[in-house]
Design a binder for this molecule. Structure first.
Ligand code: C5P
Length: 236
């Protein structure tokens, strides 16, 4: 592994979206491309960490040859992602949850393709909650004292009328209990799949003491530039 500020550290990074099957041919998914998570993994590897990159569904190119200190695992559903994260994060120093995890999955999986019938009723899809992988991991760590010392969450907000998205991000940081939260604005033409991004990196109250700064770090630029700022902040 190259030497850098993460030499000797183990880092787990999730990227991309999850896919929740409805029947053998259909699923619920989202627009995450995985670009930001991949950029984070490459940056952490360049900083010398042993990196596990767990990808859901991605719509971005990985370099044809991955660095020797980066291993990749692929998953599809939120449940599979959770299993992979729990396994990999147990002995990790840092976890960065950049994946867009489906909050809900179809409550029932149809073993055979759902069919339309002439004059029949339209099917109704009932959803159930997926586990919150990030919040669960923080809780486990805090109660067992084992697990990554630095946990970084992401918040993609569309910015609803009348609410300051940074306030929402601050609340999410508290709710999830992680050390850092990377906030970015999303919309159909914003951020998803794009190379440019705008992020605010918020630190929890506890982390602010260590970092010695209360102000969120603000980065406008490529996802590579954002990745380097997030990894630098997390390494601090
Ligand atoms: O609650 P929300 O989905 O906005 O939170 C986003 C953050 O939580 C991201 O870091 C995402 O990876 C993580 N998350 C999770 N499990 C879920 C939903 C989101 O770990 N079921």
């Amino acid at each position: 592994a190259p030497s850098g500020r993460l030499s000797g550290r183990t880092v787990v990074i999730t990227a991309g979206g999850t896919r929740e099957p409805l029947d053998p041919v259909r699923y619920l998914g989202n627009r995450s491309s995985g670009k930001q998570g991949i950029a984070l993994a490459l940056e952490a590897a360049a900083q010398g960490a042993e990196v596990t990159l767990i990808t859901g569904i991605i719509d971005a190119e990985l370099p044809p040859e991955l660095p020797g200190n980066l291993t990749r695992q692929s998953v599809e559903t939120a449940h599979q992602l959770q299993q992979a994260v729990l396994g990999a994060a147990e002995h990790a120093d840092m976890l960065i949850m950049a994946a867009a995890v489906a909050d809900f999955r179809p409550a029932e999986y149809a073993q055979a393709k759902i069919k339309k019938s002439e004059g029949g009723e339209n099917p109704v899809i009932t959803l159930e909650r997926n586990p919150d992988i990030l919040a669960d991991l923080v809780r486990r760590r805090n109660s067992s004292g084992r697990g990554p010392g630095v946990i970084v969450g992401f918040a993609a907000e569309t910015g609803d009328e009348g609410t300051d998205p940074l306030d929402l991000a601050q609340q999410k940081l508290l709710r999830k209990g992680c050390e850092l939260l990377v906030f970015n604005r999303v919309g159909e033409d914003l951020v998803f799949g794009q190379d440019q991004t705008e992020v605010h990196i918020l630190a929890s109250f506890g982390a602010q003491g260590v970092l010695g700064e209360a102000e969120p770090v603000h980065v406008t630029g490529s996802k590579q530039e954002a990745a380097s700022a997030v990894v630098a902040r997390a390494a601090q």
